[in-house]
Design a protein around this ligand. Structure first.
Ligand SMILES: N[C@@H](CCC(=O)N[C@@H](CS)C(=O)NCC(=O)O)C(=O)O
Ligand SMILES: [Zn+2]
Ligand SMILES: [Zn+2]
Length: 191
């Protein structure tokens, strides 16, 4: 049987709703779940193959999107949260008991500062933006996927309509490079 990319991808993509305005995320604990309330839909939702993003058991990819950090509030059991890696750009707040990542926040100067990274599968609600592309695809090799599986993995994404990239998508890479260029003193008109 082919390995699962992610449950939200394996059987085809279900479109989200443009009028959907947020909902609650909950960790996997049986009781005393950490609850995060989002007052916005996600944007740039995508599959990520990197080793740092939280993935459900048995899946090769994470599904992760962003929301403005002002739209994120921890509404239950905040004391169970702990930052996975304080040195990382994205400070991933995970439940100490079940390991699920509830939100990732950037505190340092960065083009994505102000956006929090979240996993919509932690919500019961329908309407979240569907995955738009697959990122950091080659990174799954670093976690043990055989290199000879990569054609199948990329073909599967393509079959459900998702482009694959080995870093981020071109628009996001352009945003990062624009930020870097501006820091170096380049001025772009009409951005
Ligand atoms: N190949 C590396 C890539 C890690 C990486 O760069 N992840 C991206 C996508 S989430 C990132 O922006 N990381 C910043 C961070 O983890 O703080 C791995 O799999 O660990
Ligand atoms: Zn938990
Ligand atoms: Zn990632």
């Amino acid at each position: 049987m082919a390995p699962s990319l992610h449950p939200l991808v394996d059987n085809g993509i279900t479109p989200g709703s443009s009028s959907f305005a947020g909902g609650k995320l909950r960790c996997h604990c049986a009781s005393d779940k950490v609850e995060v309330t989002l007052s916005s839909n996600v944007a740039h939702n995508h599959a990520c193959g990197c080793s740092k993003c939280w993935k459900p058991t048995g899946s090769l990819f994470s599904i992760v999107g962003v929301v403005p950090r002002d739209a994120v509030s921890v509404t239950a059991n905040a004391s169970k949260l702990s930052i996975v890696d304080k040195e990382a750009t994205i400070q991933r707040n995970a439940c100490k008991d079940c390991g699920v990542h509830l939100f990732g926040r950037i505190e340092k100067d960065h083009p994505f500062k102000g956006l929090d990274f979240v996993h919509v599968e932690l919500s019961d609600e329908q309407g979240w933006q569907e995955p738009q592309f697959a990122a950091f695809v080659s990174s799954i090799i670093e976690q043990g996927t055989h290199p000879n599986q990569m054609d199948d993995v990329r073909a599967k994404f393509k079959s459900v309509g998702l482009q694959t990239y080995d870093v981020l998508s071109p628009p996001l890479m352009d945003l990062i490079s624009t930020f870097t260029a501006q820091k170096a003193g380049h001025i772009f008109s009409n951005l």
